[in-house]
Design a protein around this ligand. Structure first.
Ligand SMILES: *[C@@H]1O[C@H](CO)[C@@H](O)[C@H](O)[C@H]1NC(C)=O
Ligand SMILES: *[C@@H]1O[C@H](CO)[C@@H](O)[C@H](O)[C@H]1NC(C)=O
Ligand SMILES: *[C@@H]1O[C@H](CO)[C@@H](O)[C@H](O)[C@H]1NC(C)=O
Length: 199
């Protein structure tokens, strides 16, 4: 659990708000604030949920070299809009967000941005009305900054679970819906040389 991880690594940050689903945006903004204050020169920042398979080596080699600015990528959602029915988990009232469409945004389970964007997003967020979907809100911040998300090749960021297959996973960045126990089990084998995988 988190307490053990904090004892071992001293790597858990907390701020003064309830850690609830509807406060997720505050949690992401807390991360942006932390990065802009404590790692202002980071080349990139990755936001990932606890339940994703993440192939950082492939991400860096394929998509992040050479370093970029004003860059954000992941699984891109386009032409989506707010759900106006109170029954939905993702209900957004008119008063909170009047437009019928959202700007393009990267799906929350895993996205990456250039380090320079952390402070820009944090700053512009202070001028906007916050909505509870953190990933959509990042898109709204980028829109306000006049910055576009960058497409990633199809199949590289996966919002649905795919059964683990070492060679296939060596050529993708992110797969949603892998629990920590499953990740611990497959990771050692994934780290071994992938000589039998065709490029
Ligand atoms: C968000 O956190 C604040 C501060 O702890 C709390 O008062 C509020 O109820 C939380 N909001 C939601 C929607 O959980
Ligand atoms: C970031 O880079 C600037 C300019 O090169 C340097 O002055 C500063 O010390 C660096 N900050 C950190 C935290 O590394
Ligand atoms: C909302 O709609 C207005 C009017 O069309 C537009 O100027 C603005 O950029 C939109 N905002 C977002 C976040 O899409």
């Amino acid at each position: 659990g988190w307490a053990l991880s904090d004892l071992l690594h001293h790597d858990i940050l907390q701020q003064d708000f309830l850690d609830t689903y509807n406060n997720l945006t505050l949690k992401t903004l807390m991360g942006m604030e932390w990065v802009s204050k404590h790692c202002p020169n980071a080349s990139y920042v990755m936001k990932a949920d606890r339940d994703v398979f993440l192939n950082l080596g492939y991400l860096v080699q394929q998509f992040l070299i050479p370093p970029k600015k004003n860059f954000m990528t992941g699984y891109i959602y386009r032409n989506t809009g707010p759900l106006r029915n109170k029954g939905y988990k993702w209900y957004v009232p008119h008063e909170v967000y009047p437009n019928n469409t959202y700007p393009p945004y990267c799906g929350g389970p895993g996205y990456v941005l250039s380090g320079d964007l952390a402070s820009k997003i944090y700053a512009v967020a202070q001028t906007l009305s916050i909505i509870n979907m953190e990933d959509v809100f990042m898109g709204i911040c980028l829109h306000a900054l006049g910055i576009s998300v960058t497409n990633s090749p199809w199949g590289v960021f996966n919002m649905y679970r795919i059964e683990y297959e070492k060679c296939r996973f060596s050529r993708l960045v992110m797969v949603h819906h892998y629990e920590p126990q499953q990740l611990l089990k497959l990771w050692p084998g994934f780290q071994e040389p992938k000589m039998t995988c065709h490029r």
